[in-house]
Design a binder for this molecule. Structure first.
Ligand code: FES
Length: 142
């Protein structure tokens, strides 16, 4: 299996690993197939701009690399713009992933959506286009 240099770099030096004490939103999703879990924390200001993002995962190397990139990409974006950070966009930013690892990149996308959903529930805000997240990405058909 071939990984791009960018995937390797984010796997070896993942950005934004950690937890947050008082996140504006937090989301957890799993993948029943591989048993991996991803948790994402978002710090969002009153204007709906994401100031900080952190993640914790029991996922594989591809999950680490894609979450590292996904959390980097959502920082500085508004909650609406954050929906543009799809697993496809993340894979592109990493110069691709081997096909058998594509599902791993869905963990980051879904965990971010789950954190945004949590933020909406806490604040009563709405994000257009955001769907109720699943607990298990196996229910999705990317
Ligand atoms: Fe489970 Fe990659 S194999 S996240």
């Amino acid at each position: 299996m071939e990984y791009s240099a960018k995937v390797m770099e984010h796997f070896m030096n993942p950005r934004n690993v950690g937890e947050m004490e008082k996140p504006s939103g937090v989301g957890t999703v799993g993948n029943a197939k591989c048993g991996d879990i991803m948790k994402v924390y978002l710090d969002i200001d009153k204007d709906g701009v994401i100031h900080d993002a952190k993640f914790k995962t029991f996922g594989c190397g591809a999950a680490v690399a894609t979450s590292s990139m996904a959390t980097e990409l959502v920082k500085g974006k508004t909650v609406n713009e954050a929906l543009e950070v799809t697993n496809k966009a993340v894979m592109e930013a990493l110069d691709g992933l081997p096909p058998v690892k594509v599902h791993c990149s869905c963990l980051a996308e879904e965990a971010i959506h789950a954190a945004l959903w949590d933020y909406c529930e806490k604040t009563g805000r709405k994000i257009e286009g955001l769907k109720k997240p699943v607990n298990d990405i196996d229910e999705l058909h990317h």
